[in-house]
Design a protein around this ligand. Structure first.
Ligand SMILES: [Ca+2]
Ligand SMILES: [Ca+2]
Ligand SMILES: [Ca+2]
Length: 227
């Protein structure tokens, strides 16, 4: 299948899905749309109410979106390539459902991620964000894992209600300010020593964490109750 799948087209999935009853009964799968907006230099990626699974990476000036577990991207069950003039903003809204988003081996400007209700997983590795990286996983027990990530702007992670887990599995460097908020629930923070922030670093609302000695520059901004 050609990698040059037109973006934003309606591929008539609804009629196809009526023929394939299993998809109607299953909450996994669904379709994710990806469309590049030149005016804002943004790739808008939108999931639906089902449990969508996609992986995004970059190669040779194109962003690639790979669906898995029955999910499609712009109707394709293989992959979609999104060519852009240079590094682009990624605006990702996975919608409700138990979504799984993996981002790796890419460079982007601002990256904003929302995963909505239900239990979601967000994994980001070997990625450089030239602007801000914001991750909002909404309600339910969500998992966020960052490993080998550089952020030139600010980092904002908010895992919302229910019992969530945030892991800095490898080095994460943030030039701006970092706020990692577990929200309501009993939230776990792992590997916080892997986060090196040159601005203020705040870990808030985490009830369990693998406590490591914080470098003095990371103390600034920490609320006493959160240490
Ligand atoms: Ca979804
Ligand atoms: Ca969620
Ligand atoms: Ca929480």
């Amino acid at each position: 299948m050609s990698a040059r799948i037109p973006l934003g087209r309606n591929w008539g999935r609804s009629s196809f899905e009526r023929l394939e009853g299993r998809r109607l009964l299953s909450v996994s799968g669904g379709n994710v749309t990806a469309a590049y907006d030149l005016a804002t230099n943004t790739i808008n990626i939108k999931g639906d109410h089902r449990s969508n699974t996609i992986t995004i990476f970059q190669d040779a000036g194109e962003y690639f979106l790979f669906p898995d577990d029955g999910t499609t991207v712009n109707g394709s069950d293989t992959f979609v390539a999104v060519p852009t003039p240079g590094t682009a903003n990624l605006k990702i809204d996975m919608g409700n459902g138990d979504d799984s988003l993996t981002i790796g081996f890419l460079e982007a400007d601002n990256v904003s991620i929302a995963t909505g209700n239900k239990a979601d997983g967000v994994d980001i590795f070997f990625t450089t964000v030239h602007g801000d990286l914001s991750i909002d996983t909404g309600n339910s027990g969500d998992t966020v894992n960052l490993d080998s990530v550089d952020v030139d702007g600010n980092l904002l992670i908010d895992t919302g209600t229910s019992n969530d887990s945030v892991t800095f599995g490898g080095p994460v460097t943030v030039q701006g300010n970092s706020t990692v908020n577990g929200g309501n629930g009993v939230d776990a923070l792992h590997g916080k020593d892997n986060l090196v922030g040159f601005g203020t670093v705040r870990f808030v609302n985490f009830e369990s964490r693998n406590v490591m000695a914080l470098p003095p520059q990371l103390i600034d901004g920490l609320r006493r109750a959160d240490i």
